[in-house]
Every structure is written in C-alpha cells, then in structure tokens.
Design a protein around this ligand. Sequence first.
Ligand code: SF4
Length: 324
Amino acid sequence: MTFFSRRILNRKPKSVAAERDTIFKRLDPSSTEAAERVEQTRLMMASCAVCPRECGAARLEGEIGTCRSDADLRVASWHLHHGEEPYISGSQGSGTIFLTGCSLRCQYCQNHSISQNSGGQVMNTQELSSLMLDLQDSGAHNINFVSPTHHAPQLLDAILTARRDGLAIPIVWNTSGYERVELLRLLDGVVDIYLADMRYGEDRNGRALSKVRDYWTVNRKAIKEMHRQVGDLALDAHGIAERGLAIRHLVLPSDLSRSRTIFEFLATEVSPATMVNVMSQYYPAYAASDDPRLNRRVTRDEFTDAVNAARNAGLTRLDVQGMI
Ligand code: SF4
C-alpha cells in the first residue's frame, strides 16, 4: 500500500444519504426564537459559561476569559481552503474562517500562534456576515468556522444575519469537541455540519495534555447531541458534505489519545456509519518537547493499530490519512 496515502474507506457511500433518519430543518433566521437564542447566548458571556470551563469571566464588561477572549469577535484569517477533508473542501474550497483564542490548552497545539493569543481582526456582526457572503460568492462549498466554541454567541448572531441576507451554503462547526450540550442546543437548526475532534478517550490525558478536567466526559455528551441534531454525514452527488457529523481523531504517540475507546464509543453509542478521519500527522509542536511521551511522531505500527481498532469496532466510514 502507498505510504502517506489518503483513502476513504467508505463501504456504503451512497446508502448513507439515502438512509437519513432525520429531516433537517433550519431555524428561521427572522423568527422570535432566533432572536431569543442570540440574546440567550450573549447573556452567557456575562459570567461566562459558553464553554464547559464555565470560568465566569465578565466578558460583556471586557474581562478576558481562559480562552483569551472578551466579547469582541476576533478573526485570525480567512480563505478558500483546499486542504480540508475532500467532503469539506470539494473542488472549489471551503470558506474557512479561523477564530483566535481557544478554550483548550493543548500542549502540542499545531495552531498555537492563533489559538493561544488574543490577536486577530475584530469584526462586528455585519462585517462577519458580509465576509460569509463574499466567500459564498467566491464559490465556497460551505462556511467553515475553525475553533468557534468560545465565539459561539457572536457567530450565532452573524450566521443568522447572513442567512437573512442570502447565505445558503452549509455552516461547518469545526470544533475541538469540548462543548456544552446547553450551548449546542442553541445551535440546533443553525449548524449543518459538525466537524468535531475526539482527542482523548479518557479524562486523565485531557487534563494532562489540554488542561481541562473532563474532556472525555464532556466530549461524549457533545458528540451525541451533535449526532442527534444532524445525523450521519450526508453527501451530495459530488461527494460534498451537505449535513451531518464527521469526526477527526488525531492519533497521538504511545496511545495517549486512547483511540480504541473512542472508536468503540462511536460505533456502539453514536452510529457505526459515523464518518471518522483517522489522522497520522501528529508532530511535536508548541510545548510538546516538555513531555518525552509527546516529543516524537507516531510510528506506522501505532497508526495501523489505531486504524485496525476502528475497523474492529465496526466503524464503516473511515477516512484514513497516510501511513498504511
Ligand atoms: S468560553 Fe472562554 S470565557 Fe467563556 S467559559 Fe469558556 S474559557 Fe471561560
């Protein structure tokens, strides 16, 4: 087999879309409920409980939370991204918008210049809405918010504004997977595609490596809620995602990610047809060299073991990146 290949091991590509068991209804962006949700999420920033840290920062008064954010929405960059999963980037690219800050503190963060600072361009609702519409006009298949969690209140407002102004393409919530169910419920009918990390199959490693006490406990509930809202990933006739849940799992050295536990959870408690991108591209970045366990790449054997664990768990839609 090819080294560093990328293959989608998708045993039933067409049947999944046909087997949709939920009818997706978008929230009417002009409805009273939409306005109420915007206000509800905004108020979550008063003593902040937007993400599961619930650190209580008074963001509406300018206090900066653990995620390094106050009430201003800060955008690090945006472009038509051709390097996401094929079902996200398609042929024309994904309209990707990178937000600054993050609620996690991953020791090996490969995006640390964006995630661990509070820089970026401040945008108001109308400016972000216009940016989304510009990306749509440029041919983007979707709008892809990277690290959106801590900015959920501002993003919800901007998405609904853009919908009122003609945004038709799907919204991708490209998240660390560390999300409150209470917050996710307010995104029901707004987010079309959840592209969610599952980083650790136990809380202990999340505590040690991402500085949150309960990653696995929170992540499992969040993934179930995402799946309840949007179902399995549904693709159009060109193989581009229309709606649904897709998982990213970065295999860490020495099985620090506890891959098998994650795959068994997905197969038994979410759906065996969950699209799972098993990623081999870990490299020591940021502060990874402080921990000898993290200070190397994943071996081919480790990665093969993880892919086999996914297959053995019964997952039928694996997007495998490299090394086998
Ligand atoms: S989103 Fe930021 S400010 Fe709010 S609870 Fe999480 S870390 Fe704290």
